[in-house]
Design a protein around this ligand. Structure first.
Ligand SMILES: [Zn+2]
Length: 411
């Protein structure tokens, strides 16, 4: 493993498909195709034994046969959000490319077959559906739900995908003929959070992706004049919502999760009126399903008592939820050891964001390695990681991959 080569590839990719305004590799666009063209060029330079193909969901595969057909998959995504960062997704693909490059240059085949995969449309930047290619591969994509999606210009998802050779009806077959041979999925990614940098750590194993409970609350009270309505005769929906916002940090710390109320709307929304209606979005995340449920129960009690104390009513609607996805314990242990050997964190981290690995973990033993992120910033042109941390993370990922490719860990 030569981390410098992977970093040089990342810089070349950024030069071709990025710029001062950040990465512009939005999936199902010509610039995303340009990023893939770069990947194909690099793969072609590895020689004839690497076979490149695209599956029915638009995921790009490069397979290097080993002595056994059992396949270790290394992947991430080259697509980005508009004005994205140079490392989100690309780090994992270029790290996988470097592993493949080393193996393709070896004098004899590896024990297990190795596949690089560049998942299509991880970001969901154009149609709002994240993890599109990996969920199709893992068999969890609801085709009917995505068929109706349109982008900001009104282009239907099936038309946009069709222009890039993907037929929506065929997407669920993406895993056919491939899923059965998989024995592990490994992904290298930037943390996209501030923990590793704050601790001065270059990299860490990831224990799993957190589950999410997201609700929209509507408090209904009575709009009233700010001057003439005595305090004891109000039904202030804004105060009820504020009580929820103020109570969430306690709930989060009690259960060791995170709770966010990032969206608040008040009506009539003027300085001279008591709010008769307040809308509040509450997002809760935890790695443990039981703790997530307990956190939600506490939040429900909180918003009901907040409404009651302000003479308001409250309606809650679940707008999104997903179960926590724990990664494979054996692979997480191996990833942790590889990170420690590379000078990284002793304890695995939870991932607060979703990744393709969360989809793959449904069907195959999976694990991830994180590199640090400067300031925790991502989905922004300012996204960055110190080169020395990238090197450590690439080393850890390479060592983990080597161990599994040579026949180690799973079961
Ligand atoms: Zn990503």
């Amino acid at each position: 493993m030569n981390p410098a080569r992977a970093i040089a590839d990342l810089r070349e990719l950024a030069a071709r498909t990025g710029g001062p305004n950040g990465a512009r590799r939005v999936c199902w666009t010509s610039e995303w195709e340009a990023a893939r063209e770069f990947l194909r060029e690099r793969l072609a330079s590895l020689g004839g034994s690497v076979e490149v193909s695209v599956d029915p969901a638009g995921n790009l595969w490069a397979v290097l046969p080993g002595r056994s057909p059992e396949t270790v998959v290394l992947g991430s995504h080259v697509d980005s959000v508009p004005a994205g960062g140079w490392l989100d997704g690309a780090l994992g693909v270029m790290g996988a490319l470097e592993v493949l490059r080393v193996l393709a240059g070896a004098s004899s085949p590896a024990e297990r077959t190795v596949a690089l995969v560049d998942w299509a449309d991880e970001e969901g930047a154009r149609f709002g559906r994240s993890l599109l290619g990996s969920s199709a591969f893992a068999g969890s994509l609801d085709i009917e739900a995505v068929r109706e999606l349109r982008d900001a210009e009104g282009v239907a998802l099936p038309d946009a995908l069709g222009a890039h050779g993907v037929a929506v009806d065929e997407m669920p077959t993406a895993g056919e003929g491939r899923l059965d041979s998989l024995c592990a999925y490994l992904e290298l990614h930037i943390e996209q959070g501030p923990v590793l940098e704050a601790e001065g750590q270059p990299c860490a194993a990831v224990v799993g992706c957190v589950g999410v409970e997201r609700h929209r609350l509507v408090f209904t009270g009575a709009a009233a004049h700010a001057g003439t309505t005595p305090m004891d005769r109000r039904a202030d929906a804004g105060v009820a919502a504020a009580r929820v916002m103020a109570g969430l940090p306690d709930i989060a710390s009690r259960h060791g999760g995170v709770c966010t109320a990032g969206q608040l709307g008040l009506e009539p929304g003027i300085a001279t009126a008591v709010a008769g209606r307040a809308e509040l979005a509450v997002d809760q995340r935890h790695l443990d399903a039981g703790a997530l449920a307990a956190m939600l129960a506490d939040a429900v009690a909180l918003w009901e008592s907040a409404a009651a104390s302000e003479n308001c009513s409250v309606k809650a609607e679940r707008i999104w939820s997903i179960e926590p996805v724990p990664f494979h314990p054996g692979l997480v242990r191996a990833a942790r050891e590889a990170c420690v050997d590379a000078g990284g964190r002793d304890e695995p981290l939870p991932s607060g964001a979703l990744h393709d690995a969360a989809e793959l973990a449904r069907v195959v033993p999976a694990a991830m390695v994180f590199s640090s992120s400067v300031g925790g910033v991502s989905h922004s042109p300012a996204e960055d990681t110190p080169e020395v941390d990238l090197e450590r993370a690439l080393e850890a990922f390479g060592a983990l991959a080597a161990q599994v490719i040579s026949g180690g860990v799973p079961s």
